[in-house]
Design a protein around this ligand. Sequence first.
Ligand SMILES: Cc1cc2nc3c(=O)[nH]c(=O)nc-3n(C[C@H](O)[C@H](O)[C@H](O)COP(=O)(O)O)c2cc1C
Length: 359
Amino acid sequence: MSLLFSPITIRGIQLKNRIVVSPMCQYSSENGLATDWHLVHLGSRAVGGAGLIITEAAAVSPEGRISPHDLGIWNDSHIPGLKRITQFINQQGSIAGIQLAHAGRKASHHRPWDGGKAITSGEANGWETVAPSSIPFSEVDPAPLTLTKEGIQNVVADFQAATRRAVEAGFQVAEIHAAHGYLLHQFLSPLSNQRTDEYGGSFENRIRLVLDIVECVKAVWPEEYPLFVRISATDWTEGGWTDDDSVALASILKSKGVDVVDCSTGGNVAHARIPVGPGYQVQFAEKVKKEAQIMTGAVGLITDANQAEAILEQGQADLILLAREFLRDPYFPLHAAHDLGEDIAWPLQYERAKPKMHK
Ligand SMILES: Cc1cc2nc3c(=O)[nH]c(=O)nc-3n(C[C@H](O)[C@H](O)[C@H](O)COP(=O)(O)O)c2cc1C
């Protein structure tokens, strides 16, 4: 059997295959509520056979949203809409995961199809953003407020409360978003963190917020459920967060009970030059896996079954996350199985369309 379609058990949860829907913002919520769009969008990928489906970044507080249209999990009113989605995903034999997020200085922006620009706090639907230091993401963005010690404690409490709601909503995997230049990445990287207290300066201080959050999330997250952390394994910028920092962080995360490090890159610096190409971030999943001895997810321009299978065969990662390919093809796993000669179950409703195997 191919590795891509071999089940994998992480803690008490078995994924039927190694194919994961990578988190993708849909900017289709009002007041953080999941809608029919989310049910159909995430549900289609469950019908399509993905082992694990991770929601888009779900904001742990209203000010942690990238845009006013982000999905949220800061209020109990968010639970029923999410529960409907996790139940549907489970009915298809897939596992539902949620990405818990705070956008920090990258919050309060228009959604991409409305231009994507910053919404200042004086404008309708805008708010004051927060960050480790008052450094804007780019020269066209407003400077964020520096988080106070109390503000930091509130963020940690927000992640914990969101985790409790995630359990109630039926999620069985949680992913803490510490990548792409959002709040936690802003703390990790010396390019955005110039604090002089215990949350800035040394590596140990810059990783403190992530570790505080991991600890508080673990305190309310069931022992049998996997916990992922998504990192940007490099800032691709001189003086920034490096791949060696990622290995060091991943080793500590492992000791704190994190199960999978999902290895993306970039997003914290507007001018970073990123050598984008097929599988361009796989090297980081491999390095973190080998050097920190922790399970990793590979993501970034993985678009093909054989490419995904080769990553697993070469021991570069344990899970394969796809984003844009899943937008092109919600049934990617069904097609990938055919490409790899695997005879997997199709939804009964679709069986009459299943191609014959020529083994
Ligand atoms: C529409 C869209 C929305 C995204 N939203 C998120 C998100 O909410 N959280 C996140 O960690 N990454 C997000 N990403 C990044 C993807 O998860 C993924 O890391 C990236 O697109 C590279 O994978 P790909 O080449 O398979 O698309 C988004 C990507 C796309 C295309």
